[in-house]
Design a binder for this molecule. Structure first.
Ligand code: ADP
Length: 232
């Protein structure tokens, strides 16, 4: 199996006035390229923390994370940013678009930062791929939630990531719009082979992914194959 994400004995603690609080405790799992994977569990169980560590947004207290064969733990912030730019896409529940920029400009930002050429044409193509060819010059406030999440998805795909992390990608969307965004995520997984790692409260969405990891109090209490994967 070619592993695209390998998490080994990962723990994260925060120190506070009253001592140390362990929010992730000895988490291990291994993901193959092209897999779809959900992280579920009650609020405060460590899902977002785990996703952030896997995506190199934060640093673990102990254990290791390896993305596309690169160990993140030993890297400084600049090198981790480089790995994110090259291999990783990320979308958030609240979209995190820049409000003063149009849809097109939001997608162009990471391409510009990477010094790419032909960024307007590439950004238009990315927005067309998520069905937003007619919304290029709209600002985030002029777009629906589903449209904003699709702009975020186009932006996350600007570096052709091997792995996409999504934190509650449909959490702020109504059911119908959420399903459209889900369909887009799974379509990208099928067509491009992009590995998907989702944090979600939505068990219907989680069951559509190949495997589900359940956290409670920072510990893995279950790592299942979904019914869907079992049928395949
Ligand atoms: P979930 O995504 O499952 O709701 P989180 O990963 O956001 O859970 O948070 C897990 C726990 O870590 C919570 O108890 C939260 O309060 C705590 N936590 C998260 N970030 C910090 C931080 N920067 N400092 C202290 N505690 C934190």
């Amino acid at each position: 199996m070619s592993s695209i994400l390998k998490v080994t004995n990962l723990s994260k603690s925060y120190s506070s006035a009253t001592g140390s609080l362990t929010v992730l405790d000895d988490v291990s799992f291994d993901l193959a390229k092209g897999e779809t994977f959900s992280i579920v569990g009650p609020s405060g169980s460590g899902k977002t923390t785990l996703l952030g560590l896997c995506a190199g947004l934060d640093r673990a207290s102990s254990g290791s994370v390896e993305v596309c064969g690169i160990k993140l733990d030993a890297l400084d912030e600049d090198d981790r940013a480089r790995v994110r730019n090259q291999h990783i896409g990320f979308i958030f529940q609240n979209f995190q678009l820049l409000p003063t920029l149009t849809a097109l400009e939001n997608v162009m930002v990471p391409l510009e930062l990477r010094g790419e050429k032909g960024i307007a044409a590439k950004s238009i193509e990315l927005l067309e791929r998520v069905g937003l060819g007619s919304r290029l010059h709209h600002y985030p406030t002029q777009l629906s939630g589903g449209e904003q999440q699709r702009v975020a998805l186009a932006r996350a795909f600007s570096n052709d990531p091997e792995i996409l992390f999504a934190d509650e990608p449909t959490g702020n969307l109504d059911e119908e719009t959420g399903i459209k965004v889900e369909e887009l995520l799974f379509q990208i997984n099928k067509e491009q082979g992009t590995t998907l790692v989702l944090v979600t409260h939505n068990m219907e969405l989680a069951r559509k992914t190949g495997r589900i990891l359940r956290l409670k109090g920072g510990k893995v209490i279950e790592l299942t194959e979904s019914a869907l994967a079992a049928q395949a």
